[in-house]
Every structure is written in structure tokens, then in C-alpha cells.
Design a protein around this ligand. Sequence first.
Ligand code: DLL
Length: 435
Amino acid sequence: MGNYFQPEIETASREKLTEIQNKGLVETVKRVYENVPYYKKKMDDLGLKPDDIQSIDDLHKLPFLTKDDLREAYPYGLLAEPLENCVRIQSTSGTTGRRVVAFYTQHDLDLWSDCTARAIVAAGGTKEDVVHVSYGYGLFTGGPGLNDGSHKVGCLTLPMSSGNTDRQIQFMTDLGSTILCCTPSYAAYLGESITEKGLKDKLKLKAGIFGAEAWTEEMRHDIEQTLGIKAFDIYGLTEISGPGVSFECEEQAGMHINEDHFIAEVINPDTGEVLGDGEKGELVFTSIDKEAFPLLRYRTKDICILNHTKCSCGRTHVRMTKPLGRSDDMLIVKGVNVFPSQIETVLLNDGYPANYQIVVDRVNNGDTIEVKVEMTPEMFTDELSVMTQREKALVADLKAMLGIYAKVTLVAPKSITRSEGKAQRVIDKRNLYQG
Ligand code: DLL
């Protein structure tokens, strides 16, 4: 049976969860209608009054909210509390356009750290553990989120932040870190460095809590082997609070969404129609007990599938699959849909490390795709014929997965820059040619 942080909530009956959600939704809708002119206008435009929302069965009546809405309302337009009650902001990395800024009251920070504490306990964490947080601290939610959850569980917390890999490894071995929290790409990099230094035997690590970017089951397997740990997925987004919106338990069979705080829906991204369990679509969240920055029906762009059946761990909260790609991550190459995760699966299955880059370009009006992948030191050789054969084999496997030809370039070990946070795997040069 599972190890729970808040058993009365995490294993609550569906009736109890629905009761919590009905109450939270009705209150939140009233509050935002009264306090946030942006929402009031959106609802008024649809002829909707707060009284029209009596339970979660009425959720579908509410309009969706998108990242563009958040950008339009930047910075204070969606704030539902007076500024004097807010104590913190966090922000998305936002490479294009305006950043999104999320606000927190002390109550919101407590709620968020409950979520990450649940994730740590689900990964086997107790107050005996030494939690090594190598997510970035600062505006990014990864570091602060796991940090505060770790405090709540009572673990000794190492606020390492990202970078300075030698120092990370030194603290990890000297202080006996038992749970590592960072992006999966950084976990792979740490694993590689630890192996090279011959320090695996000095590790006390037993679990990792990895998220913030897409990673495949093959990558999970690789990290688990290299670091000798069990690797748990954690999901979240700044707009909804940060890491811990959902998390994996020991069953590693989907991530439990913290349903006492967030209502999850999956919709058809083209029509907005709400889909049932087992159907793939865009994940949409409504927060039901946040004070400063409650969002109603926020479209995440993450594509996934929900499953309401009770998990063998005993938790009743609905599970989501790993995001099966973001709708805006999908590449369209020569008219074919390509997800970077498909490429990662092929590379790892063929024994390559998870150090790769995908370069998409347009040459003579036609799309091209190139996969640059590092060899392991054992694979590395000067023999041209061996290299050509390897490239040919990989081209064939990629073609079988993607349905199109992708050029393969095998590069020397260590030649692709390692990521300390979210890895940038895709370079789409076609974007450079637009307007
Ligand atoms: O990445 C929050 C986070 C920090 C989650 C640490 C987990 C661990 P943002 O920077 O706002 O927030 O990015 C949110 O990252 O919409 C997903 O597309 C992606 N993402 C987050 N977790 C996962 C995951 C944080 N486990 C966006 N698997 C989300 C795949 C993920 N993608």
C-alpha cells in the first residue's frame, strides 16, 4: 500500500472529491466575477452569471482561457486579490512574446507545497531523507516548488539550483543525498559525469523526481540504470502553480492530479469538446482554491489521456499520462507530424545516449530534418565503413517510426552541449525565414 502525505484527501472517495470540487468551483467563479474585470467581461459577453455555475457539471459553460489571454492581461489583469495580500511571483521562461507572471498569497504557497510534499512522499520520501534540489531557483518554479515541499515533509533540503556539476556531485556524495530533483536531461548529465568519475558507489540516492520537460520511458530506464534509483515523473506549469499539479506514485502508472485543488479536463483541441477517459486531447485545468491567481479552464497545450480508475497504490485522484507532446511541440515536416519523443525512443532503443539535437530546415522549398546524435565512447571509431553502417541502420529505424527520411549525423562523444535545465532539443530554422 502507498505512502501518503494527506491520506484523507489522497484516497478520498469520488463523492467526497466531487463535493470539494463543486464547492471550490462555485466559490472561485463568484470571486473572480466580482474581483477580476477581465473575467467579468468574458462571462458577461457570453451572458453568463456566477449563479449559472452550480457544480462541476456546469464547468463546460465557462469560456476557455489561453496563454494569449494571460499575455494580454499582463501583468496585473488577472489578479484576484489586492496586491498587499500577495507575497510572491514566479514566471515562465517565455522565449517569445511577453512572459507570464503568476502571483501567490501565503495560502497559495502552502497549497503548492502540499502538492510537492505529496510528490516527495509518493516517491518514498520521509523526514529521514536528504533531498537534493537541482532545479533552477528564481523565477522558475522547479527549485522553489520542490524546496518547500521537501521542508514540509521534514527532509534535509539541499537548495543546489542548477549548474556547477562538480559541486553538485561533491555535495551529493559528501552529504549523502537520497532523493534527486531536477530535469530528466540534467539527471542524465549528472549520471554521465558520476560514471566518468567512478563515483557511483559513493551515492546514497534511491529516488529521483524528474519533470518540467518531455522524457520517454526509454530515458527513464537509462537514468534508473545509471544512477541506481527509481525515477518518478512530476508535472506542472507556472500558470497553475508549478511542479506538483500531478505526480507519479510507486506504481509509475500515470501521474495523480491533485484534484482537491485542480479540476482536470481533456478536450478536443480543435472543437473544444470535452473528451472521456482514454481519449487523447488537450489538458485543461481549473483551480478551485487559489486566492491570487485562480485560472478557469486554462488550456495547457499539453496532449494527454485521463484515467479515473483507482490506482493500486490506493490513491483515488485521476491519473494523466505523461504529456504525449505539446500541441505546439509537434513538428510538421514534409507534411508529416513528427514528435521529438518518437525520435528519442528510436535513439535510446538503438543504444545511443539521450544527447541529440533535431535540426529542421527548408532547402529549395522542401523541408529537411537532421538528427545529430552523439556516440558513446565505446561506439566511437575512425573506421568510416562502421560509421556509415551505423548511420544507415539509424536512418532505417527512424524512417520506420516517422514515415519520412531523416538525415543522421553521428557526432563525437561530448560534442552536444549538456543542459542544466530544460533541454533545447529542436532547432527549427524554418522559423527564421518567417516575416
Ligand atoms: O516546468 C514546472 C515544473 C517544474 C514541472 C519542475 C515539473 C518539475 P513551466 O516552465 O511553466 O513549468 O513549463 C510548463 O512544461 O506545460 C509541459 O509542457 C512541460 N512539462 C512540465 N512537466 C512535464 C513533464 C514547469 N513531467 C510546461 N513531462 C508544461 C513533460 C512537462 N512535460
